[in-house]
Design a protein around this ligand. Sequence first.
Ligand SMILES: Nc1ncnc2c1ncn2[C@@H]1O[C@H](COP(=O)(O)OP(=O)(O)OP(=O)(O)O)[C@@H](O)[C@H]1O
Ligand SMILES: [Mg+2]
Length: 256
Amino acid sequence: MSAIAMETQILGNSQAASVETIRPFFSVRDVHAYYGESYIVQGVSLDIRQGEILALLGRNGAGKTSTLRAIARTDDPQLRQGEIWLDGVPIHQMKSFQAARAGIQLVPEDRRIIAGLTVEENLALARVAPGHGWELEQIYQSFPRLAERRKQEGVTLSGGEQQMLAIARALARDLKLLLLDEPYEGLAPVIVQEIERILHSIKALGITTIIVEQNAIAALKLADRAVILDTGEVAFAGTAKEVLDNTELRHEYLAI
Ligand SMILES: Nc1ncnc2c1ncn2[C@@H]1O[C@H](COP(=O)(O)OP(=O)(O)OP(=O)(O)O)[C@@H](O)[C@H]1O
Ligand SMILES: [Mg+2]
């Protein structure tokens, strides 16, 4: 039985059981989202337990970035139908700043390091809005490279260091769900390994992560669960291991 079928069966038999023990920490329910009239996210659903890492995969243009943006409640794409729940809190009616305050932090592909600001100022700015997370000293302990470069302008950092800064900035907020869009893009394998170690330690703290990555093998090795999108719909949902073990699925949707 697949993990999803098993979960459905457990949920189906659960009327008498405590809902608290089985309710997923984060849940996307039949989400439909549009850029203008372009219908892109076409009924996506996914569930994640607290502290899990979910790999969101699929070919170019499958709708991965759009799904992350819909979850983070950016204005584009516009969410027209469906629900998003984080730890019992409805996110689907929120604006992006409210979703961020609720603990959803999106690290976009271009990382959005603010030009003209040092590493430390980029981190300090993240702490201006309500919903504080890690203190600067805690961040510097976990990211020694950022500590060394704290007075350097953020945009002059290497790609890997900018990715670390973007993740650190999410940790400076009250982080419950980390959304990472192509975090390994353009990075050397040794830097990818360093970021993987950071993501493992974030997971150990109980923070939940969705990772979108072209390097599907790396993402699947890191992740507990996997969802594969195809033209804006869920083509597969299950464990990361199921995808790693399923050559057909990998060929068809991931070209690996
Ligand atoms: N701002 C936009 N306006 C209109 N259509 C868009 C916009 N952004 C993306 N799209 C379209 O939505 C679809 C999904 O794009 P999206 O960026 O979500 O895919 P993706 O899975 O992240 O792809 P990639 O692997 O290339 O990053 C594509 O057909 C794309 O052309
Ligand atoms: Mg994308």
